[in-house]
Design a protein around this ligand. Structure first.
Ligand SMILES: Cc1cc2nc3c(=O)[nH]c(=O)nc-3n(C[C@H](O)[C@H](O)[C@H](O)COP(=O)(O)OP(=O)(O)OC[C@H]3O[C@@H](n4cnc5c(N)ncnc54)[C@H](O)[C@@H]3O)c2cc1C
Length: 494
């Protein structure tokens, strides 16, 4: 079976030119005309406010990048997010090119109390990086990643994508933990924790973060690390975008042979019980090098399948030996596990999850692959080619970090389980969402925490942060008492 085919089914002008014209727009706020001296926007608490055109012009003149308003040729592309379900119309989008730009825009937003979103890679499932009638700090052009092979470090700007992080590191036979779809932004990914195929060996993305440059609500740019502003550094490792705009992430890199033993094992869903029960027994003995997460999908011809995605980060012969008992379970429909370039796995879902797809997902953490969970996986399985149940394998190095050493407290979780999917027709939204929720509800009794990065409803903020919430709230109260950065998995300032 063609792996790509399977995957597709698996889930599926500058401000100076723009401002003087101030063209009309279709958003909810009153339409601006050339005669108006201000633009309507919303405040942090939802009240309607007026933004002086002269002030916007002044902001635009002070930035290296453009301020994009409705009617600007780039307005529609700039407000698009990865998830096609979101169609938001901000009053202004400040496309930042530098940390200094970000500082100026943060100050502008705070002084006027404008509802503010921060856009990194734009992959937020609930669309939190875009807003209606507010201001967007757009980092998409701050996307370079450089690597220092001698120091084994990568430096990613706040709007970089995982593809850039992987490429910069791999060029030097180095790597760090990145997620499974390469057009995801490093920003939201890292700030939420960052699960990836190498996390059992190297830990989460946050476990590899050595420092960051962040612009806090006061407009100040600071370098935070274990040595400097350690509270903020602790908070951004799992606490999301609550504490400011990160303009640069510094990651530790690890020596890496990019020819990895990797691919997928696929069985008919009728064999799910044999596969998942064996997996439950096999899993506790996994080496740190082995990442192997089960998924349940429906192929285009309607065949249900259980898939095990494998990446072995070590000697392929050892990987072969470790995987062998699983290969002997039941009758495989497909076995594509072989030595191949790491980037094949890291990009194989890019097309299936391409920008503009309409997508819904829910996820949670499980600390044990129990018989009850296996039963629930089998009983809740829903045959629908738009949907899938998928997992991220944790444990290993992830588990060896203390529960409150970072703001990501799910260190005892063995696995993240997600249910969701993607489609293109808006008419599919209702049934796609309802079926995903129903499927997930079958697994929910086994969930012991939430990973808000992979959750459309974003209703799990406190559960997401668990015992880290109290300290997060205290730090939030110190660095963002007015909750300027609220369009995220929000922590209320203490
Ligand atoms: C197809 C797909 C695959 C995914 N795979 C994985 C995976 O393998 N592992 C995993 O852990 N997660 C995964 N995720 C979840 C992903 O980590 C989150 O969606 C994450 O928020 C995306 O970050 P972003 O910068 O692209 O998003 P954005 O939409 O730009 O931002 C998301 C949130 O982070 C904030 N933010 C972004 N950048 C910054 C910044 N520089 N400074 C301050 N705040 C910022 C935004 O304000 C917003 O609240 C995946 C998501 C998708 C859609």
């Amino acid at each position: 079976m063609n792996r790509r085919h399977f995957c597709r089914t698996a889930v599926a002008a500058s401000v100076a030119a723009a401002i003087p014209m101030l063209p009309g727009c279709e958003r909810k706020a009153p339409v601006a005309t050339d005669a108006d001296t201000s633009l309507a926007a919303v405040s942090l608490n939802g009240a309607e406010i007026e933004l002086e055109k002269a002030a916007i012009r002044e902001l635009g003149d002070s930035l290296t990048g453009p301020v994009i308003l409705s009617g600007h040729p780039d307005y529609d592309s700039a407000r698009k997010l990865w998830n096609g379900m979101h169609d938001r119309r901000p009053t202004l989008i400040a496309r930042c090119m530098s940390t200094a730009d970000v500082s100026k825009v943060v100050t502008f937003a705070r002084e006027r109390q404008i509802l503010t979103a921060v856009r990194g890679g734009g992959h937020s499932w609930p669309g939190k990086s875009m807003c209606d009638d507010g201001l967007v700090i757009d980092l998409s052009q701050m996307h370079t990643v450089t690597a220092d092979a001698g120091k084994r470090r990568a430096y990613a700007r706040g709007g970089a994508l995982l593809s850039g992080l992987d490429a910069a590191a791999l060029e030097h036979e180095l790597v760090t933990t990145a997620g499974v779809v390469s057009h995801t932004g490093v920003g939201g990914f890292t700030l939420g924790g960052g699960l990836g195929r190498l996390n059992r060996k190297y830990g989460l993305a946050i476990d590899n973060l050595r420092s960051a440059e962040i612009v806090t609500a006061d407009g100040m740019a600071r370098r935070v690390s274990d040595e400097q502003d350690a509270d903020i550094f602790w908070a951004i490792r799992g606490g999301g975008g609550n504490f400011g705009v990160v303009t640069e992430f510094e990651y530790e890199l690890h020596p890496f042979d990019r020819n990895v033993f990797s691919g997928s094992l696929v069985w008919p869903v009728a064999q799910a019980r044999d596969v998942l029960e064996f997996y439950g027994e096999w899993y506790p003995g996994l080496s740190d090098e082995m990442y192997a997460g089960p998924a349940m999908v429906t192929l285009p011809d309607g065949t249900g399948a259980v898939v095990l995605e494998v990446v072995f980060n070590g000697d392929p012969a050892l990987g072969e030996a470790e995987l062998e008992p699983l290969r002997k379970i039941g009758t495989l429909m497909d076995d594509s596990v072989k030595i191949q370039d790491y980037s094949v796995m890291q990009t194989q879902e890019d097309v299936a999850f391409g920008p503009g797809i309409r997508s819904y997902v829910k996820s949670g953490m499980v600390s044990e692959i129990s018989q009850g969970l296996v039963d629930a996986m089998i009983e809740s399985y829903t045959s629908d080619p738009r949907l899938a149940m998928f997992t991220h394998t944790l444990g290993g190095a992830v588990k060896r970090v203390g529960e409150l050493d970072t703001a990501f407290p799910h260190r005892n979780a063995e696995m993240m389980i997600g249910v969701g999917g993607g489609w293109h027709d808006p008419l599919d939204d209702e049934s796609g969402i309802a079926l995903s929720r129903q499927w997930y509800s079958g697994l929910e009794p086994f969930i012991g925490g939430y990973y808000d990065n992979i959750d459309f409803d974003g209703t799990a903020a406190k559960g997401n942060y668990g015992p880290a919430y109290a300290r997060l709230s205290k730090i939030k109260g110190q660095v963002d008492p007015g909750n300027l950065f609220r369009l995220n998995s929000n922590v209320e300032p203490a």
